[in-house]
Ligand binder design. Sequence first.
Ligand code: NAP
Length: 313
Amino acid sequence: MMEAIALVGCKSPAEEAQYLRILTAAMPAERVVPFRTMGAAEREAARVAIVANPDPADIAALPGLVWVQSLWAGVERLVGAFDRPIPIIRLVDREMARTMAEAVLAWTYYLQRDMPAYARQQRDRVWRPHPYRKPADTTVGLLGLGALGTAAAERLVTAGFRVAGWSRTPKALPGLDMAHGTDGLPAMLGRCDILVCLIPLTPETRGLVNAERLSALKPGAALINFARGPIVVTDDLIAALDRGHLAHAVLDVFDAEPLAADSPLWSHPGVTVLPHISGPTDLDSAAATVAANLEAYRRTGAPPRGVDAARGY
Ligand code: NAP
């Protein structure tokens, strides 16, 4: 019999039961077993772990692991967390990209159509139309043109927005004004009416969106952070909003989650707080992606391509 696949890091028994049901249905030939119920021999034999938010000690207790499949796209907490280098496969899933692209378009419209201002006006019983700004006159800048950024860019281009993109390495994408590297960032920021953050959290991107970069945005610009909280320096963001340089920020991710009850972001009039919902993992689709990875591994014996530990994504 084939060795079991370890399921590690579920946050509750209900979540564990749901993951087991969906993963087992997607790969009936495999035996997925919660780490906590595995005996010593099963732990010894495990070659693959599927992880949500694993305790590194549990991974250390699986000495024969060849690769780790994350159920999340962002793996900054896994890179370098284990007692030995193990290939980490992050979730690259078409349904997640579609959901994230939809969120980027929805919140871009929210900003482009001045919904934060109208919500404030309604509270104050103010009847004041603002001039309409066409998508073609609105530049949306995307930090990160990976699986999610590319899907978001396509939706924005189709909706008629002007789209600028920024990546680490040079890239050409149809309909996009692309820049790359630290040198390419200031000019790109200077064109943005709306800046969307979709880069991974790495040592290079931590604190990237700071006072200097926020100041480089057009006056009255807005920010959407759907990536990870520490990429944006919260105090610098609040200062940019308070001095009116930035009109609004839509934040789905924070330095610590859930956002602390005493965070000034909750009540800031220029901030929309979302509870990390922009690109949820669709379990059915994720399970199909994981099943395809496992099928290829069983066929070839080679693990799927993992994240690059040196660059952090
Ligand atoms: P990805 O496919 O790895 O793409 C990452 C992109 O960021 C690439 O274009 C990469 O440039 C660029 N990048 C990385 N480091 C950079 C740097 N130092 N300077 C400039 N560009 C840099 O990642 P993805 O699947 O699109 O996901 C992006 C992030 O979204 C995840 O890491 C995760 O944190 C976040 N996320 C959030 C949610 C949510 O619900 N809020 C859900 C899913 C994911 P190259 O193209 O040159 O490599």
